[in-house]
Design a protein around this ligand. Structure first.
Ligand SMILES: *[C@@H]1O[C@H](CO)[C@@H](O)[C@H](O)[C@H]1NC(C)=O
Ligand SMILES: *[C@@H]1O[C@H](CO)[C@@H](O)[C@H](O)[C@H]1NC(C)=O
Ligand SMILES: *[C@@H]1O[C@H](CO)[C@@H](O)[C@H](O)[C@H]1NC(C)=O
Length: 573
């Protein structure tokens, strides 16, 4: 019996636009379907019609590390022994490994797989992995557009740092070396001005818009000086760098056999090659380091990161305190304390340094995208808390943030799933450090729950001139501009309190929106729109202005000399 229980992973819109036929069983595509043929390798990943090259690049990276790969893709599955029409995969979700079970039907068109497929027609692990990942995120559609780092993390539970080469810290070499010692996965690429789908070869043998893996970082004696080298791998398994230190370059001549052996220098067209760190920095534009947590590393010899995971939430009007431009509410953001116990082994005598990586992640936004969720703009700041507050777990209050400046903070507030940054802080005094992190969303004053149904109805009624109950593009644009303008006013007056304005500010806000009312009307508005605390939220604010706009407009339509006369019929419309 074949069990079938998946909810439709393909949205109907997608099915139409991609001309996807039925999701069918592998047995209907080929005679002898296999889960894995001759080991899972990067050639098993050929991109289909879905814009998910970011995911495939991460899967390619994963195939370089068997231990990690077979954790995500459990090997003991097949189309013969114990086959029941289902397969399972494991992904890391916010601190836990989750098992995703799928039935093995795959979207096709004309009997061909439309999404990811293997070069071997009868091999299906990559297509099934993609389906499981789509299920994790709600649909195939949800996989369109993304960042390789995101998927790398979902496959490893790691924390990814990202550097633009031109802005990379000056100790990048050391960071890379340590990363490899700690078993991190590292990828780099050269930006191409045309979209990443078009990989272009350059005269140096490097390919633009293409992801490489970094497989070693070493130092070697060259003539009188030391030279720092980096080994890279082109996942194609061919096409290599042809500059200094490439496979057959003259630089190798001066090295002894012993040194060459130590670097495992091989002149083979296998996609792997060395280059000097300086050329590496000049030629590549981006580097991503996925730091694995002890959880993903089993080898005891590898130095491991110490990890602490904290959860928090931003609740509108309570803990969504905004960024530091909002001193009155910034302190209400979630705060976390961290004690840094292990100093860097390369600390100097007179100072003690400690390196750590902070990663702030927002959950479930990709999944909720179909409900209109966008990524919040997020970021964090780091404060030093004195040792006397060691046992003191209390939430730091407003004064603390007014009188103490942050020791460090993330480079920018940005709308990515995750903001990650490495820091190296110095300890001047004796004793240990406490770091208090507070993170904040800059979208604090927006109503993230969206407008109420009532509000939407009045908005449409306001601009729907032809009375169809639908908005034309022009009507929509008109409405959009109005809302933008009103949002600006709301933001201005809500800057002191998250997401609300009080009834006093409401008078000024209405004024700014261009309505002149008498006191009686202001009172009525307060009664109608303010809550028990005499505050007005964004939804009510917009409802109110829509109402006023409609009233003024209706009046003007009948107005001749400042007064109007209406028949019963006219009043009721
Ligand atoms: C991926 O991350 C980089 C670096 O943070 C960012 O510039 C880029 O826009 C992201 N791409 C996508 C598709 O999210
Ligand atoms: C890459 O490295 C080579 C060798 O040093 C150098 O000549 C070339 O200018 C570099 N390319 C870029 C884009 O910097
Ligand atoms: C931070 O500000 C508070 C005032 O709230 C002050 O008492 C304290 O000494 C300052 N510094 C530290 C490191 O806490």
């Amino acid at each position: 019996w074949l069990i079938s229980f998946d909810f439709p992973i393909l949205s109907s819109k997608e099915a139409l636009s991609l001309k996807v036929g039925l999701e069918i069983y592998p047995q209907e595509i080929c005679e002898n379907p296999q889960f894995i043929v001759g080991g899972a390798s990067r050639t098993d990943i050929c991109q289909g019609d879905l814009g998910d090259c970011w995911l495939l690049a991460a899967i390619a990276c994963l195939t370089l590390n068997e231990k990690l790969l077979y954790r995500v893709v459990p090997q003991d599955q097949s189309y013969s022994e114990g086959y029941g029409g289902i397969f399972h995969f494991q992904f890391w979700r916010y601190g836990d490994w989750v098992d995703v079970v799928i039935d093995d039907r795959i979207p096709t068109f004309n009997n061909q797989l439309v999404f990811t497929k293997s070069a071997e027609r009868n091999e299906f692990w990559s297509a099934l992995l993609e389906k499981a990942y789509a299920k994790l995120h709600g649909s195939y559609e949800a996989l369109k557009g993304g960042n390789t780092t995101e998927a790398m993390e979902d496959f490893t539970g790691g924390v990814t740092e990202f550097y633009e080469m031109k802005e990379a810290p000056k100790e990048l070499y050391k960071i890379m070396k340590k990363a490899l010692e700690r078993g991190s996965m590292m990828g780099c690429s050269i930006d191409s001005l045309v979209p990443a789908r078009f990989e272009t070869r350059t005269v140096t043998g490097l390919v633009k818009g293409h992801a490489y893996s970094v497989t070693a970082v070493e130092e070697s004696q060259h003539k009188a000086s030391k030279v720092r080298l980096v080994r890279l791998r082109n996942p194609w398994g061919q096409v290599e760098w042809n500059g200094p230190w490439s496979d057959n370059s003259k630089e190798w001549v001066s090295l002894s056999k012993g040194e060459k052996d130590q670097l495992q220098h091989q002149s083979a067209e296998d996609g792997e090659f060395w280059m000097s760190f300086e050329d590496f920095k000049k030629n590549y534009t981006k580097i991503e380091i996925c730091n694995l947590t002890p959880d993903a590393l089993e080898d005891d010899k590898i130095h491991k990161w110490t990890v602490s995971v904290n959860e928090g939430r931003w609740v509108r009007g309570c803990s969504a305190g905004g960024c530091r431009n909002y001193p009155d509410t910034f302190w209400t953001n979630p705060q976390f304390r961290l004690c840094l116990l292990e100093e860097d082994d390369d600390s100097e005598d007179n100072e003690v340094a400690c390196s750590f990586v902070v990663s702030l992640m927002q959950k479930n936004r990709r999944k909720e995208r179909k409900l209109g969720a966008n990524l919040f703009t997020i970021g964090f700041a780091i404060y030093e808390v004195s040792l006397s507050m060691h046992g003191n777990k209390q939430h730091m209050q407003k004064d603390f943030f007014l009188f103490n400046s942050s020791k460090a903070r993330c480079k920018s507030y940005i709308n990515l799933r995750e903001v990650t940054q490495r820091f190296r802080l110095m300890r001047e005094r004796a004793g240990w450090w406490w770091i208090s992190l507070s993170h904040s969303s800059t979208d604090k004053d927006l109503n993230t729950e969206g407008f109420s149904l009532e509000c939407c109805r009045s908005m449409i009624a306001l601009v729907d001139m032809d009375g169809t109950g639908r908005l034309s593009l022009q009507e929509f644009r008109h409405l959009w501009n109005k809302i933008k303008q009103w949002q600006g006013i709301f933001r201005h007056y809500s800057s002191d309190q998250a997401g609300i304005i009080n009834s006093y500010e409401m008078r000024n806000a209405i004024n700014d929106a261009g309505f002149r009312l008498n006191n009686q009307l202001y009172d009525i508005i307060t009664m109608r729109y303010a809550n028990e605390g005499m505050n007005i939220d964004f939804d009510s604010f917009i409802s109110c202005l829509v109402r006023l706009e409609a009233m003024f407009r209706a009046f003007q339509a009948f107005d001749q000399d400042g007064t109007i006369r209406l028949s019963v019929l006219e009043v009721s419309c």
